[in-house]
Design a protein around this ligand. Structure first.
Ligand code: SF4
Length: 312
């Protein structure tokens, strides 16, 4: 029986669904790109930890790659301690709710599902979000349940119901080990549908679209490609509040460009974090939430000019 979708769901199917048109990926490209990345690491091998245990590795994630390409000062010291907030915990709660909803045998009301997700996350002491959730008072918790239920309901209305036949993988970890396990590039995919070469990797987003979202997904496509030898067919950002879908077909050009970006960022990250290299400052919008902006004359000057231009 053919599934009937509403127009919003049909848009997702049209943009992400199976298609016979797909870019040709040359045989041997995964080996070639991996060899290029490994070769680029040779000048910084002496700086790396020995990789003898999980902790003795150099870790980098998608945010680190983006930050080192933005402002190196921010990458080294501007990120500050991560703190859970009302705004940033919504994504984790809605992802958890989506994950559970896919495998439910009987549908549950969105609010009940979100309540259950918050309870589970609160009770899981291995997750740092639990420390934040258990401190919420009744009003804040109720507000959070309301906002997350709204996002989840919108998702169920606008995203096609996910079938088991699509082989959904939710919150699945990705990792690329390099330099004889002395480096680990890690990440977590919000949702993957299908098997390679038909796989589609989807990141759920709240907030405004950003070019960094494309870069994050290209990095995930590259990691998957180097691990499996087969590239995903497509990557997409799905914006939960606007229900916009930004998708990209994964081609040889994209994989090469993602590998080059990772290679350059990784070498520079090692030089900065382990080799004590002098950071190159690139003031930008990032200065507004940089933890060291008060002590950074370059950032202060940029912000002063920006405020002047904006009439503040
Ligand atoms: S204030 Fe701006 S320029 Fe200075 S380190 Fe932070 S992000 Fe870079």
């Amino acid at each position: 029986m053919t599934e009937t979708y509403n127009p919003a769901q049909q848009k997702v199917i049209d943009m992400l669904g199976r298609s016979s048109d797909r870019p040709e990926i040359p045989t041997g490209l995964a080996d070639e790109l991996r060899a290029d990345i490994e070769n680029s690491l040779l000048p910084v091998m002496h700086l790396l930890p020995d990789g003898s245990s999980y902790e003795k590795r150099f870790f980098l994630n998608k945010q680190g790659v983006t930050n080192v390409h933005s402002c190196e000062g921010f990458f080294v010291g501007g990120q500050g301690e991560f703190e859970w907030t009302h705004a940033n915990c919504k994504g984790t709660i809605v992802h958890k709710t989506i994950e559970v909803s896919i495998n439910l045998r009987r549908p549950m009301p969105p609010t009940d599902l979100v309540e259950e997700s918050i309870s589970r996350l609160s009770n899981d002491s291995s997750k740092s979000i639990s420390e934040f959730l258990i401190t919420l008072d009744e009003y804040d918790r109720a507000e959070l349940v309301g906002e997350c239920s709204g996002l989840f309901t919108r998702f169920t209305e606008c995203f096609p119901p996910i079938k088991n036949a699509w082989i959904p993988q939710v919150e699945s970890s990705l990792a690329l080990n390099l330099a004889g396990n002395r480096i680990r590039i890690g990440g977590k995919v919000d949702l993957a549908l299908g098997r390679p070469p038909d796989k589609v990797i989807i990141d759920f987003k709240t907030g405004h679209p950003s070019l960094a979202h494309h870069d994050d997904l290209r990095l995930y496509a590259l990691i998957d490609f180097l691990a499996l030898g087969q590239a995903p067919r497509k990557v997409a950002s799905y914006y939960l509040d606007s229900t916009d879908v930004h998708q990209e077909d994964i081609s040889e050009t994209i994989l090469r460009s993602a590998a080059r970006r990772l290679q350059d960022g990784l070498v520079r990250a090692i030089e900065l974090k382990l080799g004590g290299a002098e950071p190159v400052l690139r003031p930008a919008a990032l200065c507004r939430w940089c933890a060291i902006s008060a002590d950074c004359p370059t950032g202060l000057e940029y912000l002063a000019q920006k405020n002047e231009a904006e009439g503040w």
